[in-house]
Ligand binder design. Structure first.
Ligand SMILES: [Zn+2]
Length: 504
């Protein structure tokens, strides 16, 4: 076999779509070579207890691997079956399929702990299209929110079966708890389905989700806390009375608005800051672990920073849109969201919150919509909140982190290891250590490419950052040891099984 011979690991899309995806390095993918010095290397992380699968190993050679909390190492990765078998210098295996990844960075598959499916379109359809958007852009595990007012008991078997049949990402579930009967069933959701994270809303979304009062919040905290130390309550923290007051004022002053500035003012940052403090205060009475979703503002971060110093049981998430979009640059109604996109100053505070570990994780809050669904009206107040975000999650953050001088290794901690630890998935997920699931992303940190709906690959006909050139893109994805590309997704789907992730 000559050097130019194609191996099965040359992704079709790199060849077919040369205008967008072709990195030069993949054209020089080499067949397995026995020429390099063997063993797992003096600085290896090999752990011989990894079970061997019958299939051929895959060897990624010459890249730089980001091992969260340890650093960036110039080591090779050997994948056997669905697991990472070893890391080390100069790994070799004559039987393995070897791929040269010199000049690239290998990171663990990204965990997006915050996505919604099936809100504005059919759940089954979005399970296909949105996990495609995720996996092709480096996100291999999703934390999926399921909501509604009814019991989940007669639905979960069906939903889990669909996940295992149709999804391309592994999925864990957060259940939204809004009423007494759901609250009473929390221990059953935990023991029967291995669900350890629940969510409630201190501020609802009119027409979609109702909010709960403090007495219910306390009861839910008690219930979640009683499950054990792995259980956690996720909270949408905004003071709904402050939001309602501000919204009424804004609507009165601007009954017809096309500006996201008015939207931002209708959800004032101090409503977020107050609710975070109140929920943290209540949680002390119950011992519950609390995870605050999508912190969006400087005032929210100030609350979080104070509280975090006093408690090990409080965790804070922000989202990639809040870290990369701002009102000044991105005023389009397509970006309407709850909480709102805010100012540059707020965004700067969020990056500082990541840097000093006030913020633990980054989600996307992906809630896919088409531009037609979004623009049913030109009036701000009638436009529904939500946007597709998982397909631009990693590239937008790679771009902005580099621009802000935020270290890649730290970004990977926040995007991979930290959500895995908080939600009980570590070390199977969130790292590249031997024994972990073989979910990896090969990143080209210097590739510049325009964000388009095609690159995002969602059902949506628009994407965040559309038309902007972002620097730093995933160029190849390995999910459960399987090389995934736009060209092979349909072929692989039959033989490839994503997992529903039970956590107890
Ligand atoms: Zn959400």
């Amino acid at each position: 076999m000559g050097e130019e011979k194609k191996t099965p690991f040359i992704p079709d899309f790199f060849i077919q779509d040369s205008s967008t995806f072709v990195p030069e390095w993949l054209k020089s993918v080499k067949p397995a070579s026995a020429g390099t010095a063997g063993g797992s290397g003096a600085r290896g992380f090999a752990r011989p207890s990894v079970p061997q699968s019958g299939g051929k190993a895959l060897l990624l050679k010459g890249g730089h691997c980001v091992i969260p909390h340890q650093g960036i190492f110039p080591v090779d990765v050997k994948i056997q079956g669905t697991k990472i078998e070893s890391l080390g210098e100069n790994l070799s295996d004559p039987q393995a399929l070897t791929v040269e990844v010199r000049g690239k960075v290998v990171i663990p598959g990204v965990i997006d702990p915050h996505v919604h499916l099936g809100i504005f379109a059919d759940f089954d359809a979005e399970l296909v299209t949105e996990t495609r958007s995720a996996v092709l852009n480096g996100v291999s595990t999703l934390g999926l929110y399921l909501g509604g007012q009814e019991s989940y008991l007669d639905k979960l078997d069906d939903i889990i079966a669909k996940i295992e049949k149709k999804s391309l990402c592994d999925i864990f579930i957060h259940l939204v708890i809004l009423n007494r009967s759901q609250l009473e069933e929390v221990p059953v959701y935990y023991s029967r389905y291995g669900i350890t994270s629940f969510k409630t809303y201190m501020c609802g979304i009119p027409g979609l989700i109702s909010e709960v009062e403090d007495d219910f919040l306390l009861d839910l905290m008690e219930k979640v806390s009683s499950l054990g130390p792995d259980a956690i309550l996720n909270i949408h923290a905004e003071n709904y009375r402050i939001v309602r007051r501000a919204t009424e004022r804004m609507k009165k002053a601007h009954p017809l608005s096309e500006s996201l500035t008015e939207w931002e003012r209708s959800h004032p940052a101090f409503a977020e800051a107050e609710a975070i403090r109140r929920a943290a205060f209540l949680s002390k009475e119950t011992g519950a672990r609390i995870y605050f979703v999508h912190v969006s503002s400087e005032k929210g971060i100030e609350s979080a920073r104070d509280l975090k110093q006093k408690s090990k049981d409080l965790f804070f998430e922000t989202t990639s849109p809040y870290l990369t979009l701002d009102l000044e640059q991105d005023p389009d109604l397509l970006y309407k969201m709850v909480p709102p996109i805010r100012s540059r100053k707020d965004q700067k505070a969020l990056w500082e919150g990541l840097a000093d570990d006030t913020l633990d994780t980054i989600g996307s809050d992906h809630s896919p919509m088409s531009s037609a669904q979004k623009k049913t009206s030109v009036n701000l107040w009638d436009v529904p909140p939500g946007y597709p975000a998982v397909g631009t999650h990693l590239p937008s953050l790679l771009d902005r982190a580099a621009a802000n001088g935020f270290p890649l290794a730290r970004l990977v901690e926040k995007m991979c290891a930290s959500p895995a630890k908080i939600f009980g998935l570590y070390p199977a997920k969130g790292t590249l250590l031997p024994g972990s699931d073989a979910d990896l992303v090969i990143v080209d940190p210097s590739l510049r490419k325009e964000a388009t709906p095609q690159s995002a690959s969602s059902r949506s006909d628009y994407c965040l950052h559309q038309g902007k050139t972002l620097k730093g893109w995933p160029v190849a994805i390995i999910k459960s040891g399987q090389w995934l590309t736009p060209g092979n997704l349909d072929r692989v789907r039959g033989s490839f099984r994503a997992k529903y992730l039970r956590r107890v």
